[in-house]
Ligand binder design. Structure first.
Ligand code: HMH
Length: 221
């Protein structure tokens, strides 16, 4: 079996759930300009809490790369991701102030708690680097694809939300996601079948958590 483009194979195999995560009604409402700004504020506050849990997860991937990776450039890609999280947390604070969202008073909703607990489970030293880097790629790729959609020609994204969309939808972030995808593909191409299965299951869990996360702001919450 050709395993080198495993991510692409999985994207084809799971394209319905992938597009469920990247073309969620909340994202489509930003794109068509009908977004409920209260829903946006909910997302902003919840995502700030998520990113605070995401940073230690990325740190755990860095540790795994340092211990297990066969390519020293992996560490630089992961480290650049960690560095942008520093900027991102500052951005959330200033954005929240702009929208009148009190971050200290935001209570994590169940979907957010579940997602953060899932991230924590992936921080365990028992979780293989290959599995963790696949999850890391998927988490970033969903945001990249989602927000890039809101910046495409013909989208009616409200002016006050374009900066948010550019944060994850810009080309630089797209390049960074491609670098993560390359690392994941390289690792998946030489991993035993049991780890491959774990990585695929983990990828599906990420996509499910992303859908539930969007649902907090729009839909079945
Ligand atoms: C829920 N998924 C969620 N929040 C984020 N900020 C990202 C992915 C991308 O970093």
């Amino acid at each position: 079996v050709e395993k080198s483009g495993m991510i692409d194979t999985w994207m084809r195999k799971h394209r319905l759930i992938y597009s469920g995560a990247t073309k969620h009604p909340f994202i489509l409402s930003i794109r068509d300009g009908t977004v409920d700004l209260e829903a946006f504020k909910t997302w902003l506050g919840q995502d700030y809490i998520f990113v605070r849990a995401f940073a230690p997860f990325v740190a755990s991937v860095l540790i795994k790369a340092w211990k297990e990776s066969d390519d020293s450039s992996d560490m630089e890609v992961i480290l650049s991701g960690m560095a942008s999280l520093n900027d991102e947390i500052a951005w959330f604070k200033s954005e929240a102030a702009k929208w009148g969202v009190q971050l200290s008073e935001v209570v994590p909703q169940k979907a957010n708690q579940d997602y953060c607990r899932f991230l924590e489970s992936l921080m365990s030293p028992d979780v293989e680097y290959t599995v963790a880097i696949t999850a890391f790629w998927a988490i970033e790729a969903v945001y990249q694809a989602s927000f890039a959609l809101c910046l495409e020609d013909g989208s009616k994204t409200p002016a006050e939300l374009t900066e948010t969309c550019r944060r994850w939808g810009n080309d630089g972030f797209g390049q960074y996601c491609n670098s993560l995808q390359k690392i994941a593909n390289r690792r998946l191409g030489k991993t035993p079948d049991d780890v491959l299965t774990k990585a695929e299951v983990t990828l599906l869990r990420v996509l499910e958590h992303e859908v539930e996360f969007w649902n907090m702001s729009h839909g079945s919450a």
